[in-house]
Write a new protein. Structure first.
Length: 556
């Protein structure tokens, strides 16, 4: 969440009191919560009950733009570059006859500053702000909090952006792998349910939010001071510029012995920012809402073309020095255009809106943030009619999906030196192979083969979320015969060891072929290696050494 330091400090908060995720800014010196002084007692985050604001009908004031009164949609904004398409579509901050919203829907849009998460939610519920921003992962919480009144049920109209580098997890050097986080104290900027990035990462490694101890402070500098001074804090879920400053040796805020474990530059389709509208407004004015989405898609195109009006408006709205500072707000964000919105809402997309909704719902159940038996369907919150309506008109054919294949094919790397790169995620999966076989029948009904495909399906999903990473498949063999070959003499063992590496390499190649053919993974993202009997993980059960390690490696 990049911005100029003098603007304020960017905070990513999942505000449990409001049940909605918000990015907002606190001025330096603002009060922080959740932790005592360094070396003192740490206060751990707890599950808090949701507080539902008072609900009322929505209001659309009117203004005359020259052709008689038209309705005005008032939208509150915190300081975040992901709103660029909104500024572009509106051609400024105030309602305008020259805006795309007026052109396509005969209504105006008024943008107002509102950094408070609670104030935005209260305005949404009361009807002053019938359309607001939310994180897609917050929708289960928001729906759960507001479901008692159908007027305010949140409906997701479209995708503003993906965070592509603004969020991440910093760890101390004692955290060698994800499993080392178990039982550790982690600092976050959100109370409960902590951070979707953190919960997702833990889940990929067989952990839950209940396996770690979370301290939260919603003030960036105070969180930084605590992390820097208190060695008990093993990891910090944070955002830029803290994310980069803390790990860069030349920075005044450098903390020795730290590194970035994962960031949204690697997981570039995980943190999705959407715009939600009240159900009553959508039901009563569907044409207006379709015009809003259409305008946003054209606004995204204007941003891609370098719209001066958009960045000038942002500079004015956020009180920046000039439009260049406004453009810099997009360094860690990807503005979503029409084909990317289509992909995001596609029910067949394994890493889209539906998947994020189900994942976050599951994590929040585990934490107790929603009921253990709670079960909501994505179609209860996703309003796909506008996107489908626009698609039927055949609009935005010139726009290209640039995030789908975001892996940098031109990146220079040495296959033999990949281990020196930052390993974002590492899994060791046990795939079943019959003796002397280098492959297995993917159509087999054997439970072992079905388990193989289930595990590979998860790997493919991880590759989708971690769209900018290189993937290394490292094959290993069962070590039960190692002693026998050693008994035959050094030369026999050397020859057998070389053969073992060849076999394990071919098995890794077979796994790659499945990921490419069945799950449509870009083969350029995958390299393979055979380690044979090297690096056994279990001396008592040699069969556990028959495995394929999957390493996601950041090249950025």
């Amino acid at each position: 969440m990049k911005k100029s330091a003098w603007i304020g400090i960017a905070i990513l908060v999942l505000a449990v009191a409001g049940g909605l995720a918000y990015k907002f800014y606190l001025a330096p010196g603002a009060k922080g919560f959740g932790a005592g002084a360094s070396g003192g007692e740490l206060t751990y985050a707890k599950v808090e009950p949701l507080k539902i604001p008072a609900v009322g009908g929505y209001s659309l004031p009117t203004t005359d733009l020259g052709d008689g009164p038209v309705p005005v949609l008032t939208i509150p904004l915190d300081t975040w570059g992901g709103y660029a398409a909104l500024f572009a579509a509106n051609g400024g901050i105030k309602p305008s006859k020259d805006s795309l919203f007026y052109k396509y829907g005969k209504f105006g849009v008024q943008l107002v500053p509102e950094e408070s998460a609670q104030a935005q939610l209260e305005g949404y519920a009361a009807g002053r702000y019938p359309l607001i921003w939310a994180g897609m992962d917050s929708l289960p919480l928001l729906y759960d909090a507001l479901r008692s009144d159908k007027r305010v049920l949140p409906r997701v109209l479209g995708l503003f952006d993906w965070s592509t580098g603004g969020d991440g997890i910093v760890v101390r050097d004692r955290i060698k792998q994800a499993a080392d986080l178990k039982g550790q104290t982690i600092l976050t900027s959100s109370n409960t349910p902590f951070s979707f990035l953190l919960l997702w990462y833990l889940a990929q490694n067989g952990l839950t939010g209940q396996d770690v101890k979370v301290v939260w402070i919603d003030d960036g500098p105070k969180a930084q001071a605590l992390f820097k001074s208190d060695e008990r804090i093993a990891a910090w879920v944070t955002w830029t510029p803290f994310l980069t400053d803390v790990v860069q040796s030349g920075s005044a805020d450098y903390v020795p012995g730290t590194r970035i474990l994962i960031s949204s530059k690697d997981a570039n389709q995980l943190i999705a920012d959407v715009y939600i509208v009240r159900n009553d407004l959508l039901q009563e004015k569907p044409a207006m809402m379709e015009a809003f989405v259409k305008s946003m898609m054209e606004g995204a195109q204007l941003v891609a073309e370098g719209s001066g009006a958009a960045f000038n408006a942002m500079a004015s709205f956020y009180k920046l020095k000039d439009s260049n500072e406004a453009k810099a707000m997009l360094d860690d964000v990807h503005i979503a255009n029409f084909p990317e919105n289509q992909m995001f809402f596609d029910e067949n997309n394994p890493i889209g809106a539906q998947k994020v909704f189900f994942l976050s719902q599951e994590y929040y159940r585990q934490l107790g943030s929603i009921g253990a038996s709670t079960s909501y369907e994505p179609d209860q919150v996703l309003a796909t009619q506008p996107i489908k309506g626009i698609a039927k008109l055949g609009l935005f054919a010139s726009q290209k999906n640039t995030i789908k294949d975001s892996f940098n094919k031109k990146a220079a790397y040495d296959i033999g030196d990949l281990e020196s790169q930052r390993v974002v995620l590492s899994n060791s999966i046990q795939l079943y192979f019959d003796a002397q076989r280098l492959d297995f029948d993917v159509k087999s009904d054997k439970p072992e083969i079905k388990d193989n495909l289930s595990m590979l399906s998860k790997v493919a999903e991880q590759m989708g979320f971690l769209g900018t990473t290189m993937v290394k498949l490292v094959g290993y063999l069962d070590t039960s015969k190692v002693a026998d070959f050693k008994a035959q003499g050094a030369q026999a063992f050397i020859e057998a060891s070389a053969q073992a590496k060849l076999i394990s390499k071919k098995r890794a190649e077979f796994v790659k072929s499945i990921l490419v053919s069945m799950y449509k993974i870009d083969p350029q993202r995958i390299v393979t290696e055979g380690k044979g009997w090297d690096n056994p993980i279990d001396d008592k059960d040699p069969s556990k050494n028959r495995r394929v390690e999957v390493k996601f490696i950041s090249l950025e």
